[in-house]
Ligand binder design. Sequence first.
Ligand code: PEP
Ligand code: MN
Length: 337
Amino acid sequence: MIVILRPGISKKEEAQVLSEIKKLGYRPHVMRGVERTVVGAIGDERSHQSLEVLTSWPQVERVMPVQQRYKLVSREAQKSNSIITVRGVPIGGKKFQVMAGPCSVEDERQLLQTAHAVKKAGATILRGGAFKPRTSPYEFQGLGLKGLKLLGKARAETGLAIITELLSEQHADLVAQYADIIQIGARNAQNFQLLIAAAKTGKPVLLKRGLSMKIEEWLLAGEYILSNNNPNLMFCERGIRTFETYTRNTLDLSTIPIIKKESHCPIIIDPSQGAGRADLVIAMCKGAVAMGADGLLIEVHPNPAEAWSDGAQQLTFDGFARLMEDLQPFIAAAGRE
Ligand code: PEP
Ligand code: MN
């Protein structure tokens, strides 16, 4: 930590700060400039009390961390990109991956038809919510175990890997039995006990960004996965809440280069929750590919108008097939396959 002292303080006041720094377990290193004195406090914040308490001291102007608060997810911890292999599908490498399927699993016909359609168009992973996080308790909450079983059936028929959401710690083992990737939803992105439970299943985890989550908080939430001995984490940007109402959320594509710079973990873009509108999905996908995303998570439904959740943002089979075709030149231009 760096502690910047206020100009003009007395020697005695300075000594009080230095003694407090030592008391908290750090070694103070004093650097005297013409105007200001800066103290480098040497020690690891993970094993000592934070020096942030000094912020309220009248002698202190500012306290600044030197180390990032996240470690294992950081680029410093690992220079090369992490590649997560799910049923033979590598995520985070040269190959661009598309995960697609309905918002919610509704019935066998709906899911299997969609699974075949997205596979034919080139998706490699099937999405579908069995446990749904709904804003209102009166809305469709998902089929639960029945939905998981249908996902298992769709995997057996198509060979597609499955991504589905884990809503509650108590379902961790159950969901892990059926999922190849565990999705942690935006509303649970800082449910730390759930993150730990997801990590402990040993399955790869896709961590959505919370609705009002700062990137640092998102990286720290990801740290919960890696620090619980699960190296297979991917981040997923799905839009944040802003003042804008033209779209359901504001899809923050700046997270792509930022996550790439800060972390070695793959970044996936979800333009469906991001825009909340099927007509905007294709443009968002092109942008995401061009900016270096590792994959997409897209909602597709046989008949979006009759979907039990998120109808306005789901693509039809034709729409999805067109999207996959239109994306090809962008994928090639981004140096991906
Ligand atoms: C979803 O993927 O259907 C979903 C509920 O996502 P989010 O958690 O991003 O809202
Ligand atoms: Mn949805």
